[in-house]
Design a protein around this ligand. Structure first.
Ligand code: CTP
Ligand code: MG
Length: 166
């Protein structure tokens, strides 16, 4: 097992497409990219009387995340892996949103630790098979990415890019 530092560095590198995919929707919403894609992913459908995801989870966010995450992955030299990591990150985020809606937790309200680790778990499940991660990496990924996501989110709120601390 490598040092904690090298495992952390590996995780940041391997999961870079997922990190970018998770951040892209926030920029897409803030700077109103592709306005014609700003339609809710859930088609405004409800489940047990609650919105499946909510008005804020959009096709624009999904497209921005997959495109930018995969672009970073292409630069890293791994299109397949980065596609899976990016899609996994956004899928994890959506599954978490659906769980929050079912539990009557409104969009934007903190739900620790799931808001922080949703994308890491999704990326691990879908993309973890395509990148050379060990068991130590798998255990450390949600921790490293979760703490990183929490910190970056705070920064985003402070800089006025993001509305809530998730
Ligand atoms: N976003 C988007 N499309 C997506 C995912 C996210 O447009 N598929 C944008 C939305 O503007 C959203 C923001 O990115 O408000 C931040 O997303 P996130 O923090 O994951 O969602 P929350 O606002 O906290 O909502 P939830 O409670 O559903 O997690
Ligand atoms: Mg999220």
């Amino acid at each position: 097992m490598g040092s904690l530092f090298s495992i952390t560095a590996d995780i940041l590198w391997f999961f870079l497409p997922a990190i970018v995919a998770n951040m892209a929707p926030v920029f897409a919403a803030r700077y109103r990219w592709l306005p014609y894609l700003a339609v809710p992913l859930d088609g405004r459908h409800t489940l047990r009387g609650r919105r499946m995801l909510g008005e804020h989870k959009t096709l624009r966010g999904l497209v921005a995340g997959v495109v930018l995450g995969s672009a970073v992955g292409l630069w890293q030299g791994s299109l397949t892996a980065s596609l899976m990591l990016s899609a996994g990150a956004l899928l994890g985020d959506a599954v978490k949103s659906m769980a929050k809606r079912q539990l009557d937790i409104p969009p934007g309200r903190l739900w620790i630790p799931f808001d922080q680790i949703d994308f890491a778990l999704g990326a691990l499940l879908l993309g973890g098979w395509f990148v050379p991660v060990t068991a130590a990496h798998v255990v450390m990924a949600p921790i490293v990415l979760g703490i990183g996501s929490y910190a970056v989110s705070h920064l985003g709120v402070k800089l006025g890019i993001k509305e809530n601390r998730e």
